[in-house]
Design a protein around this ligand. Structure first.
Ligand code: FE
Length: 233
């Protein structure tokens, strides 16, 4: 009996030893990073370095992000409202929305007209509608299509920019560009813009010096500025 008991005890001990040798290791495995991983603390030379506190980061606010033709806002409150002028017989509704009226092969002197739509207290009017129409460089209107006709809206700063040609003369009229301007929800101002030092300004009954564009010649390209002052209600 004693022998049997010893044999059982020995067998149990052997089984226990085998079990310990084959059982999974309960100790968690340590995962080492790959040998190729670069040390995190090492900064590469391409990394941007922080600007010193005395040197402010460059800003992209207006007016530096605008093209060089952007005029300064010349307005002293209360500003005089832009006067109206007759619409004339050649307005066509629903002109395409576009800032450039130039087309390939279009004759004439290129004119870039820029400015702001402002309230009488010199606040810019965003999303104001400007609907331009004009004669070509020979003084002829396109009354069948939309040549030299286009609508656009002021940007968030109340600014507009029109690319076109200097209009020609036609009988009885000096050089002029027609435009309708409307602040969101406001009344429509119908008026015309004129150009300085045009001889026929003096003989044009519609001419108004308050509607003169400020002109800057740049080679064969004319830069003009005009700010519209509107009532918004
Ligand atoms: Fe006209």
């Amino acid at each position: 009996m004693k022998i049997l008991h010893r044999m059982i005890t020995l067998s149990l001990a052997v089984l226990l030893l085998i079990g310990c040798a084959t059982a999974p290791n309960p100790t968690p495995t340590t995962i080492r990073p790959p040998a190729t991983t670069a040390p995190l603390a090492a900064a590469t030379p391409e990394e941007p370095t922080q600007a010193p506190p005395t040197q402010p980061a460059p800003t992209f606010a207006q007016p530096t992000s605008l093209p060089p033709t952007t005029p300064m806002i010349e307005c002293s409150s209360p500003a005089s409202l832009t006067p109206a002028a007759t619409e004339g017989p050649y307005y066509t509704a629903n002109a395409p929305e576009r800032a450039s009226l130039l087309e390939p092969g279009m004759p004439g002197t290129v004119l870039t007209l820029t400015g702001y739509v402002l309230t009488a207290d010199c606040q810019p009017v965003a999303n104001a509608l400007l609907d331009f129409w004009q004669a070509d460089s020979q003084g002829v209107y396109d009354n069948a299509g939309y040549t030299l006709r286009g609508r656009q809206y002021t940007d968030a700063n109340g600014r507009y920019q029109l690319e076109t040609v200097v209009p020609g003369l036609y009988p009885g009229r000096t050089e002029h560009i027609h435009v309708k301007v409307q602040a969101p929800g406001g009344p429509i101002l119908t008026t015309q813009l004129f150009f300085p030092e045009v001889v026929s300004n003096d003989s044009d009954g519609i001419f108004d010096p308050a509607l003169l564009v400020q002109i800057q010649e740049n080679g064969d390209h004319v830069l003009g500025t005009f700010n519209f002052i509107l009532t918004t209600q």
